[in-house]
Unconditional design. Structure first.
Lengths: 310, 354, 246
């Protein structure tokens, strides 16, 4: 208890620490928002709530990590490669499992993806071991410094984080432009609104579903390849990323892109504050408690509308 | 009850009692089998009979373990001091203290879990479908994380209970029968409950909750009471498990979300949702699969179990009972009514005429 | 005295005004009708009364008690019951089971619900099934019944529930025309024999003119006219609304 009060006291004594926490939170939140956007995409288009979301993120991270350690690939190049590899894994997952649960009730898809999540986590555990892993991004070759300091050294800003956020923003912009401009993007949005009508209009919805799920997996993979540069990954961390994605989508609602970004950044910041105040051991707990808090909030909101959350 | 039924149940009871004496080397596995049967049956109360698919019933199992341990230790020693010493220092139970701690601990765990089901359910039952599943899963994960940060109950190290002073094999038998008795009581209880108006109301909530609400059924009351009943039994077996494992820690053995927490759902799906016997058959089948294949997978067993979940959910969701019902409807007293097919034909004709 | 008192209720969906300043009184023990062309806001008003969505303004009172802020189950437990335009029954259960599940749970304590259904319950269920003409089909899976029969079953389930007020959303829609007279007769008997207040949305003019003591007509979400059958039949505005003269 004393420690918690001490931690809060620190925030009041040195307001600049708040800025650091918020910056950290926003940076990591941008990556949460990416995974959440993928979840919302799959949820909206094929009504599958994917609990293996976080494992795709971790999977992407391991792709980049493995290539860097075994082939000597530059971590930045790991991002596009993770995108491609996870695209393939997403496609195979779709063909083998997801395509068979789309038409079924929601619990089926939830449970099937939970089974997948367990399977993927265990596979990664067998392949890469259960230690936490990370990659060091060295940008001095590009004429940049690896760390920038502000406010008399109270705030340090690693270049990896800045680059990570920039990459996340570029990726998000590309995906959004793709959804708005391309024919496939239009087909995806049409299917999301009414799959049957889309089928009648000659859209191959099966292809749209496969594409959407692969795209989601690829986005997650790229996010994971960024995360391995700025944070750590571990085979069993996937579930918390899934939970975070659920928190964001539940809070923001489907098809609400600014909401997803805002909720993602907000959750990143809330987690950083939480782990600063309560201690780093509570980080996973805080991510999950936020889910419960958001569910309760949505519940009360729906109750005012005489509706239930379903 | 007719003669056949009495005979059938009599044989089952005899097997239950004789099993640990016939296969003394497998007493622990048999006890675990009962654990799986019990948690599967309790999961089916809300999941199969009421349509509320919880992914977080393991919360009650883990909480039951901790409550039972805290009660058993707390009756004799100061809990904080005990866990603080973490096995160091001399902390023993006399046989009498062990038995009293066991009984009061397990029952207290059940009651505490039933009570917490009321509190949690009041919030979580406002959620429907997938939100309920995710909300319960979140609760279980959060509880595990919080407990592993709580030093008073041993933090991430968990708790090591004192052992029974008596014979080791005797303890195993004792644990087996504790599970078996709980299981038999649960079976008799459910066999009665599903035939009452309460059971019918649970089915109504599953089939069409909105209609049930519109008919004035106290949906919230039934959901809470049903979950509390199921939580009571999970809590009790959680308590017994604490004494069986002796030493347990929060994330891997108490709040084991991705092991027992998901296995109970798979057992129910394997056997058949919403039936009395489905969870039992499913738990046995699952346990047999696990024991038989475990040694051949060499580290891949968890991957295999994940795959089993996916395959069960995708291809075999009606379970063994559903399959039997489909192929042998007469076993279930379902006569394929000729009139029904006639009515269907006429209703189609009527629809066409409209 | 009026048992449901709707006063100045407005409800809009986004920009569409479904109900504007509607005031309606349902007399206790009577049969009240609600008519109006498609899209005139009848079902919206029903849903407002039974609690499916919030209202924007106005008040809805049941036996003098404000219910416009209450949730569906609470309102249903007051004895205010509704049937659905698209029938809702428990399709996997047979007719008798459907009836038994409709026992008035609101009148039972938790202990009573832990009993099995009594022989009297079954008798009453079968009696009511006979009343609506489904006795022959009582052991059939209810999902296999025709739409019209399901409607009758839903009506029987509602009676089983011993409601004070029954809100019926188009009870004769989709029912074989030869059966409609029988249904009118049963609705009237439910009102006179069981003392259930009826509030009915109906499209079939012959049916509603035949039954209701008081009729309200909605058009474009507003209350157009009210009165007994003769008043409504002779009201030029009602005739115009139905013929679309605007």
């Amino acid at each position: 208890m004393d420690q918690i009060i001490g931690n809060i006291d620190l925030l009041i004594q040195f307001p600049i620490v708040n800025l650091k926490i918020i910056l950290d939170g926003v940076m990591i939140g941008a990556l949460f928002a990416l995974a959440a956007y993928g979840l919302a995409l799959v949820w909206g288009v094929m009504n599958v709530k994917n609990l293996a979301q976080g494992d795709f993120v971790i999977g992407g991270g391991y792709v980049s990590w493995w290539l860097a350690n075994n082939v000597g690939l530059h971590p930045l190049l790991g991002v596009p490669i993770a995108f491609v590899v996870m695209w393939g894994i997403g496609w195979v997952t779709y063909k083998l499992v997801i395509s068979r649960v789309i038409e079924r009730d929601l619990f089926t898809s939830l449970l099937a993806t939970f089974g997948l999540a367990i399977m993927y986590a265990q596979l990664m555990n067998l392949m890469f071991g259960s230690d936490t892993q990370s990659l060091v991004l060295d940008v001095t070759a590009l004429g940049l410094e690896n760390n920038y300091y502000f406010a008399d050294g109270l705030i340090d800003l690693p270049a990896a984080k800045i680059i990570g956020v920039a990459l996340a923003a570029i990726l998000a912009t590309c995906v959004i432009l793709f959804m708005k401009r391309s024919r496939m993007g239009q087909a995806i949005r049409a299917t999301a609104q009414d799959a049957r009508a889309a089928r009648v209009m000659g859209i191959d919805t099966e292809k749209v579903y496969a594409f959407t799920f692969s795209l989601n997996s690829a986005i997650c993979g790229a996010a994971g390849a960024i995360i391995v540069m700025v944070w750590v990954i571990q085979p069993f961390y996937g579930i918390t990323y899934s939970v975070r994605a659920f928190v964001i989508v539940t809070a923001a609602g489907l098809g609400n892109l600014p909401g997803v970004i805002a909720a993602g950044l907000g959750i990143g910041a809330a987690e950083q504050y939480g782990s600063h105040v309560f201690g780093i051991g509570y980080q996973q707990a805080i991510a999950v408690m936020l889910l419960l808090a958001v569910l309760v909030y949505r519940l009360l909101q729906q109750k005012r509308n005489r509706q239930v959350l379903q | 009850m007719n003669i056949q039924k009495i005979g059938f149940y009599g044989i089952l009871l005899a097997i239950t009692i004789a099993a640990p004496f016939l296969f003394p080397n497998y007493t622990t596995q048999l006890a675990t089998l009962w654990l799986f049967i019990i948690v599967s049956m309790t999961w089916d109360m809300t999941g199969g009979q009421m349509g509320y698919n919880s992914l977080g019933n393991i919360f009650f199992y883990g909480t039951g373990m901790y409550v039972a341990a805290v009660i058993a230790i707390g009756l004799v020693y100061d809990v904080g001091e005990y866990t603080g010493a973490s096995g160091g220092g001399r902390y023993d139970f006399t046989n009498e203290q062990y038995i009293i701690g066991f009984v009061l601990g397990s029952l207290g765990a059940g009651l505490f879990c039933a009570f917490s089901a009321f509190i949690l359910g009041y919030v979580l039952f406002g959620l429907r479908g997938p939100y309920f599943a995710i909300g319960t899963l979140g609760t279980a994960i959060a509880a595990g994380e919080l407990v592993s940060n709580w030093d008073w109950v041993g933090g991430g190290q968990g708790i090591t209970l004192p052992v029974y002073g008596g014979d080791f094999d005797q303890t195993k038998l004792f644990i087996y029968f504790a599970f078996a008795i709980t299981g038999v009581v649960l079976f008799i209880f459910l066999n009665w409950l599903y035939k009452t108006r309460f059971g019918a109301a649970m089915n109504a909530i599953r089939d069409d909750e909105e209609k049930a609400e519109a008919m004035g059924i106290h949906t919230m009351r039934y959901k809470l009471v049903a979950w509390a009943m199921s939580a009571f039994f999970i809590g009790v077996v959680g308590g017994i498990s604490a004494f069986q494992l002796i030493s347990f820690e929060p994330l891997e053995s108490a709040y084991q979300t991705i092991n027992l927490g998901i296995f109970m759902v798979v057992c129910v799906l394997l056997g058949g949702k919403g039936t009395l016997w489905g969870p039992i058959i499913g738990a046995i089948a699952f346990q047999v699969f696990k024991e038989v294949t475990w040694n051949y997978f060499l580290g891949w067993q968890w991957v295999a179990l994940g795959a089993l979940i996916v395959v069960t959910v995708v291809y075999f969701q009606d379970g063994l009972m559903g399959w039997l019902k489909h192929t042998k409807p007469e076993w279930f007293g379902l006569t394929v009514d000729e009139k029904e097919s006639e009515t269907r034909a006429t209703s189609k004709a009527e629809a066409a005429a409209r | 005295m009026s048992i449901i008192d709707v006063s100045h209720v407005s409800k809009s969906y986004g920009g569409v005004k479904a109900n504007t300043d509607v005031s309606i009184k349902v007399e206790k023990g009577g049969i009240t009708g609600l008519i109006g062309p498609n899209g005139s806001g009848k079902t919206t008003l029903f849903n407002s009364i039974v609690g499916y969505h919030p209202i924007d303004s106005g008040s809805i009172k049941y036996e003098g008690k404000e219910i416009s802020k209450m949730q569906v189950p609470e309102i249903a437990r007051l004895g205010l019951l509704r049937t659905f335009q698209q029938t809702r029954i428990y399709g996997e259960m047979n007719c008798v089971e459907n009836m038994l599940i409709s026992l008035p749970h609101r009148k039972m304590s938790l202990l009573e619900t832990l009993k099995k259904n009594t022989a009297e319950d079954r008798e009453r269920a079968e009696h009511l099934l006979e009343f609506v003409g489904l006795f022959e089909k009582r052991h059939l899976r209810s999902g296999s019944l025709s739409f019209g029969q399901q409607k009758l079953l839903e009506f029987a389930m509602a009676l089983m529930n011993e409601p004070t007020v029954l809100l019926l959303d188009e009870p004769t829609a989709g029912i074989n025309p030869t059966l409609i007279n029988g249904l009118i007769d049963r609705l009237k008997r439910a009102n006179s024999e069981f003392g259930i207040t009826l509030f009915i949305i109906e499209h079939n003019m012959r049916v509603i003119m035949n039954m209701a003591d008081q009729i309200y007509c909605l058009a474009h979400g507003e209350l157009l006219a009210s009165g007994n059958a003769a008043d409504i039949q002779n009201d030029q505005r009602v005739i115009d609304a139905y013929l679309g003269a605007h």
